[in-house]
Write a new protein. Structure first.
Length: 167
C-alpha cells in the first residue's frame, strides 16, 4: 500500500524539478555564506571582473547539469525499485491467496511436523545462560552475570536453536 502511494507521489516529480530544487537549495545556502566571508575579510566590497563572473556562471551551469544528471539517474533507480517492489507485493498477494485456498492441516499432521524441543544442554554454563534468557534477561545482563563477552552469549543462545546431529 505504501509503495503504491510512494509511486504515485514520485510520478508527479520530474527529474528537472528535483534538480532545480537542489540547485536552489545550493544557491540559497552556499552563496550567502561565501558572500558573508568575503564581506568580513575586506572592508570594501570586491568588484567581480567580467571573466570571474563568467567563470562562476560556467561553474554553476556545470553543477546544475551534474545535479540534473544525478537526479535522472536517481529517479531511474527509484522507478526500477518501485516496479520491483510492486511486483513483489503482487507475488506475495498471490501466494497469500493460494495459501488461504488450501484446506487446513489436520492436527495429527501438524503435531508431527512441529519441531522437537531443543535438547537439554550438557554444559552447566550453557544451562545458566539459557535459564537467564528464558527469564527475559537481556544479553548484556546475562554476559555480565556469567562473565563472558556479549558476542559469546549470543553465540551460545544461537546454538540452542540449532538441531543436534547424531554422530
Amino acid at each position: 500500500m505504501g509503495v503504491v502511494i510512494l509511486a504515485a507521489v514520485m510520478e508527479g516529480i520530474t527529474p528537472g524539478l528535483i534538480a532545480c530544487g537542489v540547485a536552489l537549495l545550493f544557491l540559497s545556502l552556499i552563496l550567502p555564506r561565501m558572500a558573508a566571508r568575503k564581506k568580513a575579510s575586506s572592508a570594501a566590497p570586491p568588484m567581480l571582473s567580467r571573466e570571474r563572473g563568467q567563470e562562476m556562471q560556467r561553474t554553476l551551469d556545470e553543477v546544475f547539469l551534474q545535479l540534473q544528471e544525478f537526479s535522472r539517474e536517481t529517479m531511474g533507480k527509484l522507478d526500477t525499485r518501485i516496479r520491483m517492489l510492486n511486483q513483489l507485493v503482487v507475488d506475495a498477494d498471490e501466494r497469500i491467496r493460494k495459501l488461504q485456498s488450501l484446506p487446513p492441516i489436520p492436527p495429527t499432521i501438524a503435531a508431527a511436523a512441529a519441531p522437537a524441543p531443543p535438547p537439554a544442554p550438557t554444559n552447566p554454563l550453557h544451562e545458566r545462560i539459557y535459564r537467564l534468557l528464558d527469564k527475559g534477561t537481556s544479553l548484556g545482563e546475562v554476559a555480565r552475570d556469567v562473565g563472558l563477552p556479549k558476542g559469546e552469549v549470543e553465540l551460545i543462545a544461537g546454538l540452542r536453536a540449532l538441531p543436534r546431529r547424531e554422530a
